[in-house]
Design a protein around this ligand. Structure first.
Ligand SMILES: [Zn+2]
Length: 427
């Protein structure tokens, strides 16, 4: 038996603020509060917030095959540095995760690393080709928790219908990257005043809203559990809300970047701001932020999408889509939405803990005894600069470079073991 105590912890979970106490961990679970007795390790967290580690339903970890961008070690290392204890990895790797053997291999590799818990998603179609369904039952058996062709919209609505029906039988969630390919075309940014001014090919909100509409109709038709990834626009989210109001089996997530950045950031033609779906207008950002307060968004997913420096330094038209953001998600959202916005800390925490768990049908994490000792210690006071060169991720670029943020994770525990500790540096 191994006992650890986190002394002087400010305990917060989705049930509320439990004040200051000493939190005891026994092996891989929470033992209880203020128990006393002998411990192997005493960690004084000096009044910092201790809360369940975050869950990310949407991260691109790039292994297998794209280890030049990221691998399980760097990606799951970045995750724990961001306060995440559980990560759902996307299947658009090389090869695509469409075979049970790949799922098994990723799980055993990640377990040997002992960082964040990996929960792989598997592809909906073989090779993400949108033609033939994968073997959902075998993939689930191997440990896949979600079915998605993320990166690619499912063009064939009938294939999506069959996927939803099949997934429903197995209790799996289908996640969609909802952009209508014919409308999206080769857009590299939001279609609007800014894209016109810059002379760049636009991707209209209609591409997202129309595809979300189609995907939600298919979910209703089939009874499948559909999770709409990275909703970026007001109209897109309004479609989700309309379906939810009718009791559709639909959930939705938003990303940190769509909550904090607008299409005006593309004015410098810097590919660091090139993401899919694209950054939208200030109005869209305001609508998404307000929707968090109104409780109509189920979860925040990072869509952490690392690329090499060389790729992200290409011309805006050529550079790949994606931002490496998992290490700054909490400080960014805490600083912009809680400290300087109208969002309650408890709401933000729930969108990163209980929200994702409810989307997946998992037990909602709390600080109660016997629950998993997957925890993050958050320093809400100290301002630290975003310094991509210190990222655990292989992708050392960030739209927020140099910004001073508060709310940094300073320690992360997974299965009762400290898997991340931030060096105590500040400026
Ligand atoms: Zn996507």
């Amino acid at each position: 038996m191994r006992r650890t105590v986190l002394q002087n912890a400010h305990l917060i979970d989705h049930r509320g603020d439990h004040g200051k106490a000493d939190l005891y961990l026994r092996d891989d679970v929470i033992e209880g509060i203020d128990l006393g007795g002998e411990v192997a390790q005493t960690i004084d967290v000096a009044g910092a917030v201790v809360t369940p580690a975050f869950i990310d339903l949407h991260a691109h970890l790039r292994e297998p095959g794209q280890e030049v961008k990221e691998d399980l070690r760097s990606g799951l290392g970045a995750a724990v540095a961001g306060g995440y204890g559980t990560v759902v990895s996307m299947a658009n790797t090389t090869p695509v995760v469409d075979e049970p053997g790949l799922v098994t291999e990723m799980l055993s590799k990640s377990e040997a690393l002992g960082l964040a818990r990996l929960r792989p998603a598997a592809a909906l179609s073989r090779g993400l080709q949108g033609k033939q369904l994968t073997d959902f039952a075998a993939l689930r058996e191997a440990g896949a928790v979600m079915i998605t062709d993320d990166g690619e919209p499912v063009k064939d609505a009938h294939l999506l219908r069959r996927a939803c029906e099949y997934a429903a039988e197995l209790g799996l969630v289908v996640q969609t990257h909802s952009e209508e390919p014919g409308l999206r075309q080769d857009g590299v940014m939001n279609e609007g005043l800014v894209s016109q001014r810059l002379g760049l090919p636009g991707n209209p909100v209609a591409a997202e809203a129309a595809m979300i509409y189609r995907d939600c109709e298919v979910a209703m038709l089939s009874g499948g559990r559909l999770h709409v990834a990275h909703v970026s626009s007001k109209r897109g989210l309004q479609v989700v809300e309309w379906f939810k109001a009718q009791g559709a089996p639909v959930t939705a997530e938003v990303t940190p970047h769509h909550l904090t950045l607008s299409d005006e950031t593309l004015e410098g033609f810097d590919p660091v701001y090139k993401v899919a779906p694209p950054l939208r207008t200030h109005d869209d950002v305001a609508y998404l932020r307000n929707a968090l307060i109104r409780g109509v968004i189920d979860a925040i997913g990072t869509d952490h999408a690392p690329h090499t420096q060389a790729e992200k330094e290409r011309d805006l038209l050529e550079a790949p889509f994606g931002i490496a953001n998992i290490e700054v998600t909490f400080p960014l959202l805490y600083s912009e939405l809680v400290a300087n916005g109208g969002l309650e800390l408890s709401t933000l925490l729930d969108l990163l803990q209980g929200g994702p768990a409810r989307v997946m049908g998992w037990q909602v994490p709390t600080l109660e005894a016997t629950r998993a000792a997957d925890l993050v210690v958050l320093d809400l006071e100290t301002g630290r600069r975003v310094a991509p060169e210190t990222f655990k991720s292989k992708a050392k670029q960030s739209p927020w470079t140099g910004q001073v943020l508060k709310g940094w994770p300073v320690m992360t525990f997974v299965r009762g073991k400290m898997v991340f500790e931030r060096e105590v540096l500040s400026d």
